[in-house]
Design a protein around this ligand. Sequence first.
Ligand code: MG
Length: 258
Amino acid sequence: MRIIRVRHRGQAFYAAITSPESVRPLNREPGMPEEIALAELELLPLVRPSKIVCVGLNYHDHARELGLSAPPEPILFLKPPSSVIGAGDAIVLPAASERVDYEAELAMVIGRAAHFVAEADAGRHVFGYTCANDVTARDLQQKDGQWTRAKGFDTFCPVGPWIETDPGDVHDLGLRAVVNGTVRQEGSTAEMIFPPHLLVSFISRIMTLYPGDVILTGTPAGIGPLLPGDEVSIEIDRVGFLLNPVASEGPVDPSAMQ
Ligand code: MG
C-alpha cells in the first residue's frame, strides 16, 4: 500500500492511494466516505516526527569514496522535525553556506513505539519506507566539526511522496539522485554496512522511537552539490520518486527583523 497524509473537511488522517484519483481513509471515522477523490483533499506533510534519526557513513561505497574505513558501530546524528518538507516543496539554499549537497537515502517510518527491540522483531515496528534527501551544507559540516547546523536548516529534509508499506526485500533496492534529469548518484541498499532492521534495534537501545519518527539510513557514493533552479529527485526502486525544486534564500526583509 502507498499511504499519504491528508486533510478532508477539517480532519487530518492517513489514507491509502487506491487509484490515480482517489484514496481510502485508514481508520475511518463514522460518516466518513469509503473513497474520497484526491481533488477534494489537502495534502499534508507525510510525517510529523518527534525526531529524525540519521546514520552517517552507512554504505561501503560511500566510505571508500571518502577514503574512510567502515565504522564498527552506526554513527548517528539528528535532524530537527522543522527541516521536513514534502514532495514538490522547495529546498532553500541558505545564504550561510556556499556548498549544499543532495544525499539520496532510504527512510523508514516508525509505526509502533520501539524500546530495546531485537533486530528480529524490528520489522513489526516499521510502518513503511519512503524516499528522503539528507540535504547537507557540506562547508558548514566541515567548519563546525559537528553536524547540527549543516544538517538542520529548514527544508533540509525532503521526505515522500508516500509511505510504501510493502516494498518487498529492502536489502537490494536501487537508489538514485537525479539532478535536472541527469543521474548523479546511483547505488544499492546491498552496499549498506548496517541494514535497516539492525538500525531500528540499535537506535531503540539509545532512544525510544515513537510512531511517526523517521530513520534516514545513509547515502551511497556520488554525493554532489545543488544550485538554485535545479530540480532534484530521489528515486528508490519499489518505494517511490521524490522531486523537489531548489531555490536560493531570498533577501532578508528588514521589516521582519523589528
Ligand atoms: Mg546522509
